[in-house]
Design a binder for this molecule. Structure first.
Ligand code: ZN
Length: 418
């Protein structure tokens, strides 16, 4: 191939503005819950923009939306690029939208230049990545990776009382021009551009994040059982204070796990105390642990350490501890070849880049189970996301889309017909 075409940065920025107007909040953010009227409006606009360029339109049973640009050999599995269009209730205008609209920009750039790719390239807008209206998130990509919708999904009730089955059916019906296709693969590869949602790139002055994978997440529920007793009459030696034991466990974890390993994340975000009266020694304290690490083996080791520590500290205070898993998502390692292609694309453009692991979930986590996948990050101001003040500089958005375009072309081994 003779060169990599420049994307149309102004067109990309105009598209970001147009989609930010759908579900716009007064504070400059976006409220576009999955499968809502606003989400359907965004999908309709995307479908119209794609149809205007002659891209074919598909949906699957999870209402994932695809725009397909044909390749020289259209029987080859498609190379997928995209992200999601739904948002948090007080979300920003770039989370998901940037990756989806950058993918549209890639397809349009190929079309503008008459570039013939060996196989088809498809934009995908995954359904319900955020999970804030219908939990859990990444509904579309998880269903695609599993090749089936989750059991009992239609009866899932949303935060607004809506039924998932009804809203999904209405969303599919709103785009009758989209042909239905089966869930899942095969696909030749998957690339997703996303905002970092963290502070590393900005802090280090890097324009492009070359994402090596997504850290795993495990949720634990720790319950400490002691004995309810009178706060005034029970001397120290007779107390089996579940709160004192829980506090000791939490303090110990906070002062050991993360200080010892910069890649580890441990958060105690919820605590319940029973009976919960001012003058009663708590008989039962339960707390959550959100544990994250790029290494699955390390997550296993940390869980074992937490279990042993809770048992030891609880026993010392006359209590009993139990630890139970409530959620477990294994880490993803992205495809080494695709990661290298992203890094090379940034380097060719002279964009400062840095390798990193994603701290947040993305649809790419699930796509990496189906085939080669990787991600491109761009910085967001102060690492702020899931916030109406979320902001990406225009040159950062354009650089990310350019790297997505260059990497896509290289990955699909394009042949240029200028
Ligand atoms: Zn997102």
């Amino acid at each position: 191939m003779t060169g990599f075409p420049a994307i149309d940065g102004r067109r990309l920025l105009a598209r970001l503005d147009a989609f930010a107007a759908i579900g716009a909040t007064p504070a400059g953010g976006v409220n576009r819950p999955a499968l809502s009227e606003a989400d359907r409006a965004a999908r309709a606009l995307l479908a119209d923009l794609g149809a205007a360029r002659g891209f074919s339109l598909f949906q699957d049973a999870a209402a994932n939306l695809f725009l397909r640009r044909a390749g020289a050999d259209d029987r080859r599995p498609p190379f997928l690029i995209g992200s999601h269009l739904d948002s948090q209730p007080t979300g920003g205008r770039f989370d998901g939208a940037l990756g989806t609209l950058a993918a549209l920009e890639v397809l349009e750039t190929l079309e503008d230049r008459g570039i013939v790719t060996a196989g088809p390239v498809e934009l995908v807008a995954w359904t319900n990545e955020e999970g804030s209206r219908f939990a859990p998130g990444a509904f579309g990509s998880q269903s695609a990776a599993a090749g089936a919708l989750p059991a009992g999904w239609p009866e899932t009730v949303g935060s607004d009382g809506a039924r998932l089955g009804d809203e999904l059916a209405a969303t599919l019906a709103a785009l009758p021009q989209a042909a239905m296709r089966p869930l899942g693969g095969p696909f030749a590869g998957y690339l997703e551009l996303h905002i970092e949602q963290g502070p590393l790139l900005e802090r280090e002055g890097a324009l492009i994040g070359v994402v090596e994978g997504i850290q795993g997440t495990r949720w634990l529920e720790v319950a400490i059982e002691g004995q309810v007793a009178h706060a005034g009459t029970t001397p120290l030696a007779d107390r089996r204070d579940a709160m004192a034991a829980a506090a000791a466990v939490i303090t110990r974890l906070q002062t050991t796990v993360m200080p010892a390993d910069a890649d580890a994340r441990l958060t105690v975000g919820r605590l319940t105390i029973a009976p919960g009266a001012v003058n009663v020694i708590p008989g039962e304290v339960a707390f959550s642990i959100d544990l994250r690490h790029p290494s699955g083996a390390e997550i296993d080791r940390l869980e074992a350490e937490i279990t042993a520590l809770a048992a030891r500290i609880a026993a010392a205070g006359g209590c009993r501890a139990s630890v139970r898993r409530s959620m477990d998502v294994a880490p993803a390692r992205f495809d080494r070849r695709l990661v290298g292609i992203v890094e090379g694309a940034a380097e060719r453009r002279g964009f400062a880049s840095r390798r990193l692991f994603s701290g947040a979930f993305h649809d790419a986590l699930f796509m990496a189970r189906l085939g080669p996948a990787a991600m491109v990050f761009v910085p967001c101001r102060a690492g702020l996301s899931h916030n109406e003040a979320e902001y990406v500089e225009p040159h950062q958005a354009i650089a990310g889309a350019q790297v997505l375009c260059d990497a896509t072309l290289e990955a699909v081994a394009a042949s240029v017909a200028a």
